[in-house]
Design a protein around this ligand. Structure first.
Ligand SMILES: Nc1ncnc2c1ncn2[C@@H]1O[C@H](COP(=O)(O)OP(=O)(O)OP(=O)(O)O)[C@@H](O)[C@H]1O
Length: 299
């Protein structure tokens, strides 16, 4: 379990993180979203023990991470910008990581390198951006680290590599409760993959929730009223947003599915349908209530 408490970080006059508090459960896939400059990379680097916070603390499995070798061996950071030694090959990087991670699995490294069709003897500077990312993911997967901090890791990967990387992460979550924490701008990508989402905005966490809980608590319904007017049908429901298109009304409602459906049915509409909600729609609803325009926060 990762526990961040009041994490604050300044770069000169720039307050990158302002009292960020979040809890990330072991074995969950955590998506970290937020606009450019929101503080995602800084937060990941602090969680991984690479940067020290100015105030607040990060505990991983109950112990501080910064300058704690035993805890840092449980963490692997896949940076947005890849750091490799000058002139290094994947094999050199693997040898380096072997000295850092006592449970480094060389067989796994070999088999993944071969699955991705990568040559371990070729200089990394001759690799494409996506290929370098693949090497980082392979080293992370082979490192035996429990906590993987992934900064825009899917960015620059082709669709096949994306699926392969997701399968590696999901397999490790199932097999040994690995905990990938993934910063991304791509809500669609995270929606299918993560079970928890944190939204960072201007250095603070706006919310951090279980995706299923969010989905269970917000409903989208489409209906055409008959004799009972639309206002009366929706009476007693917490309506977060509503659009009219001709006679058809689409409403986003906070509440459980069964209660919402029961209220709508009571109004005897000509037609109604409960619709699935996308992560983007959930965010629009959740953040609008807090007075934010979610599209500005995420994109
Ligand atoms: N090394 C640094 N020196 C000075 N300022 C920094 C440094 N690293 C980050 N910052 C600042 O901290 C803030 C948060 O940056 P960070 O890279 O964490 O955001 P981000 O959410 O990852 O952004 P993006 O989505 O654009 O990658 C920004 O205002 C950035 O300018």
């Amino acid at each position: 379990m990762i526990q961040a408490q009041g994490v604050t970080k300044r770069f000169g006059a720039n307050l990158a993180l302002d009292h960020v508090t979040a809890e990330i459960k072991t074995g969950s896939i955590y998506g970290l979203i937020g606009s450019n400059g929101a503080g995602k990379s800084t937060f990941l680097r602090i969680l991984a023990g690479i940067l020290q916070p100015d105030a607040g603390s990060v505990q991983i499995d109950g112990a501080g991470v910064y300058e704690n070798t035993a805890v840092k061996q449980k963490c692997f950071m896949i940076s947005d910008e890849q750091y490799f030694f000058s002139g290094a090959t994947p094999r050199d990087m693997k040898d380096y990581y072997k000295t850092m991670y006592p449970h480094f699995d060389e067989n796994r490294y070999r088999s993944l390198m071969s699955n991705f069709g990568l040559d371990e003897k070729r200089k990394l500077r001759t690799f494409s951006k996506g290929m370098k990312k693949q090497v980082s993911v392979i080293c992370a997967a082979a490192s035996g680290a429990d906590y993987l901090f992934c900064d825009e890791t899917f960015d620059g990967l082709d669709p096949v590599a994306r699926q392969a990387v997701k399968a590696i992460f999901a397999g490790d979550v199932a097999e040994f409760s690995a905990t990938p924490v993934i910063a991304s701008h791509n809500l669609r990508e995270l929606e299918d993959f993560c079970d928890c989402i944190g939204l960072l905005h201007r250095g603070g966490i706006l919310f951090s929730r279980d995706l299923d809980d969010m989905k269970l608590n917000i409903q989208k319904v489409q209906f055409i009223p008959d004799l009972t007017p639309e206002q009366r049908i929706l009476e007693g429901l917490e309506v977060l947003s509503r659009q009219n298109s001709g006679r058809m009304i689409t409403a986003t409602i906070r509440g459980g599915r069964q209660e919402t459906e029961a209220v709508i049915r009571r109004g005897e509409p000509v037609y109604y349908e409960m619709l699935p909600l996308s992560l983007e729609e959930i965010f629009l609803a959740e953040t609008e209530v807090q007075g934010y325009d979610a599209k500005q926060l995420i994109l």
